[in-house]
Every structure is written in structure tokens, then in C-alpha cells.
Design a protein around this ligand. Structure first.
Ligand code: LMR
Length: 396
């Protein structure tokens, strides 16, 4: 039966890790998969997570099933974090939510839910967007279209073109937005641009679908919710997929949240039952462990403060790494102006070089990053930045 299947090319992002592992060059540099790394190239377990693990170990007495909805303490903590503790939508009890297996799980659950609402739903995604958005949403059956977002020639957002395109979408269409730290470009909307976008959403009627996977890696945990909160404050309906992989460093534990802001609590009740049934029909219930850790951290004042300081430290380090890369490229005398890297946010930047040069960097210098020219800033350190800048200079 299975002989009819064809073998697929490696995943454009995860495939890089496998290729990197096989490379015997001792000076190889990994700027591929989006995971945070410290100065030594390790992805550490956060201290707040270590402490939460100790608490969980001492208090967990059973491994019995949790519900399809997930851990309520986790859900409430995450909704506060995303929408603000006093968000009217929360007070008015109009937010349906489930704990999801990672941000990917959240995206897929919401995609399945959109299919239940209307099989002909069109979802507009930014050009470019995170490569895995396409199968996560498209394989659920949704039709995907793209709106202009980033101009590689000028390394900036094509805001006017984006707005022009979104002004013509249908009132039942869905528009996928990156809450902060746009993956793959690192180019985020300004506050003024978010304000214009919210007005457009209200006028056209499209449903904003906010994917927020890097809260705290842009400006701060609070500031990175600016766009999302503005949408929720001004529109009746918004859907949100959130991930705890990066900001809690819980990558392998698969912790995320899928939330639907509804127009009233009656609709919320229906949406809650549907989203739980979607979860039950795919994987029954989310893994418990990571959500339990986030619940402990967010609901303990001192652990929460420790976690906030750890997120701040990761963000500040990545800001320094951006500056270090730009300075080192300058030192190499490259003609191209890479100063845009300093104004981009989060874990990623687009180097805005062609795929042929990305491949040349991989083949001739063992520098690994995505063909689109997306680099994981967190993979840079004091020990590899000179070699990296030299390799880029030689390749350009
Ligand atoms: C990335 O964009 O590199 C990360 O989100 C990891 C992934 O699953 O692609």
C-alpha cells in the first residue's frame, strides 16, 4: 500500500539541524532552528522552570488523564499574560480557550475550528510567513492566500501594499498576524501601523488570527502584546494561538494555548464546546507536564518575577548579538548596509541575500540557516561572530 507514497525533501527548518549534525567541520555555525542559545551554544532550562519542576514533583500525586480543555490555572495565567488581567473580554466571560500541544497544536486546533465554521474559509498569511504555517493551516483544508508584507530589497515592511491588499479581502476571511517578533523577518508593525490595521479590520470585517510565539523577546512581555490587545479591545472576535516554547524554554514539552475571543458569553459557550471536541477528536487531551509548570510559574509571585527577569535577559542578549553582528560585518567592510538588523525584533532577522548565497555559506563555510536568508540571532556568540562575518563578507 505504501509504495505509492513518494519520499519528501527534508523540512526546510528542522532539516537544517540534521544537516548541521552531520557536518564534521569543528567551526560550523548553527543559525537554523529557532531555539534560544546561551553564549556556550546550549539551550538551558530556565531557573524558574527548574524550581517549578521541584514544586511539581513534590505535589503531583497522579498521572490520571486531564481534560481536553487542559489545566485551568495554566489557561487563566496565559490569558492574563496575553490579554491583561483586567481585559473586558475576560471579565465579560467571552473567551473560549484550551491548553494546546505547543503553538503548532494551537494553530491546528484553530484551523480545524475555522473549518467547522465554514469549509470555504480563506486565510491570508503574510508574504513571507513561518514555513510551518502553510501545512498547519492548509492541511486542515483551509484555503491560503498571501498578503504583501516584507520587501527584501529595502529590508522593510510594505505596509501600504499590505493594507491595500487587506482592504479587498472578504468579510468572512481570516488574516493571520504575528503578534510580535515576526517569523521569519523580525520586522514588526509599529504601534501606529497596528492602529491602522485595527481600523481596517473593523471596516472590512475580516477575522484577525494572531499567532504569538515570542512574547517577551521583542520589547517586553507587556509591550509585545500591544497589537493583540488593541485588536481584542476594538473588535468582537479575534482568535489567538500562543506558544510557551521560546519564552519559557519548554520546547519539547509542547505547551501552547488556543483562544477564541467571542462577541458574548453565549457564543463563548458554544465555541468552548467545539474547541474541546476538536481537541478530543485529534489527540484527546494535551500533555499535562509543561502546562503544569507554566501554571506554577505564573501563579507564584516570586517565580513569576524570576521568569520575567530570565525573559528580559534572553531578549537583552539577543539585542546585543544583533549589534555585535552588524559591527562585525562593518569591520569586514561589506558594501551592503546591514544596519536594519538592529531595528528588527526577536529571534530572527532576514539577511536579505539570495538563496544561492545562503547555500554557498552552508557548503563552503558550514554556516547553517534557512534558504530564505532567515538567521537565528540567538545562535551567534562572541566565539563565532568574527568567523560568521568573515564568511558573509567572502560570500557577498
Ligand atoms: C522556527 O521557526 O525555527 C521554530 O519555530 C521551530 C520550528 O518548529 O520551525
Amino acid at each position: 500500500m505504501f509504495e505509492t507514497l513518494s519520499a519528501l525533501a527534508p523540512d526546510p527548518i528542522l532539516g537544517l539541524s540534521a544537516a548541521f549534525k552531520q557536518d564534521s567541520n569543528p567551526h560550523k555555525i548553527d543559525l537554523g532552528v529557532g531555539v534560544y542559545k546561551d553564549e556556550k551554544g546550549n539551550t538551558p532550562i530556565l531557573d524558574s522552570v527548574v524550581k517549578a519542576q521541584e514544586i511539581l514533583l513534590a505535589k503531583e500525586t497522579s498521572k490520571v488523564y486531564i481534560t481536553p480543555q487542559g489545566n485551568q490555572g495554566f489557561i487563566d495565567g496565559m490569558l492574563d499574560l496575553l490579554l491583561g488581567q483586567h481585559a473586558p473580554a475576560l471579565i465579560e466571560n467571552r473567551v473560549a480557550a484550551v491548553q494546546a500541544p505547543g503553538g503548532c497544536g494551537a494553530l491546528r486546533i484553530l484551523a480545524e475550528l475555522l473549518m467547522r465554521v465554514n469549509k470555504d474559509t480563506v486565510v491570508w498569511v503574510s508574504d513571507p510567513t513561518w514555513a510551518n504555517h502553510i501545512p498547519l493551516l492548509g492541511d486542515a483544508g483551509l484555503e491560503l492566500k498571501t498578503y504583501p508584507y516584507f520587501d527584501k530589497a529595502t529590508a522593510s515592511i510594505k505596509f501600504d501594499e499590505m493594507m491595500d491588499c487587506l482592504s479587498k479581502v472578504g468579510p468572512n476571511d481570516v488574516v493571520l498576524l504575528h503578534g510580535c517578533c515576526h517569523n521569519p523577518t523580525g520586522a514588526d508593525l509599529t504601534k501606529g501601523q497596528w492602529q491602522e490595521l485595527v481600523k481596517l479590520a473593523a471596516k472590512v470585517g475580516f477575522l484577525p488570527f494572531v499567532d504569538t510565539a515570542y512574547q517577551g523577546f521583542g520589547d517586553s512581555i507587556e509591550e509585545d502584546t500591544y497589537g493583540l490587545r488593541l485588536l481584542v479591545e476594538n473588535l468582537d472576535e479575534v482568535i489567538v494561538a500562543a506558544s510557551c516554547s521560546k519564552n519559557f524554554g519548554l520546547y519539547r514539552e509542547r505547551v501552547g494555548l488556543a483562544a477564541i475571543i467571542c462577541k458574548d458569553s453565549d457564543v463563548k459557550k458554544k465555541a468552548q464546546s467545539q474547541i474541546q471536541s476538536v481537541a478530543r477528536g485529534i489527540y484527546s487531551m494535551p500533555p499535562s507536564y509543561g502546562g503544569a509548570l507554566v501554571d506554577i510559574i505564573l501563579n507564584d509571585e516570586s517565580l513569576r518575577a524570576l521568569w520575567v527577569s530570565e525573559v528580559d535577559a534572553m531578549r537583552n542578549r539577543m539585542t546585543d548579538l544583533r549589534q555585535m553582528l552588524v559591527q562585525n560585518l562593518d569591520k569586514q567592510g561589506v558594501d551592503k548596509d546591514f544596519s536594519f538588523i538592529n531595528s528588527q525584533k526577536g529571534m530572527f532577522s532576514f539577511l536579505c541575500i539570495p538563496a544561492s548565497q545562503v547555500q554557498q555559506l552552508r557548503n563552503e563555510h558550514s554556516v547553517y540557516f534557512v534558504d530564505s536568508s532567515r538567521v537565528n540571532i540567538a545562535g551567534i556568540n562572541k566565539g563565532n561572530v568574527t568567523a560568521l562575518a568573515e564568511a558573509i563578507a567572502k560570500t557577498l
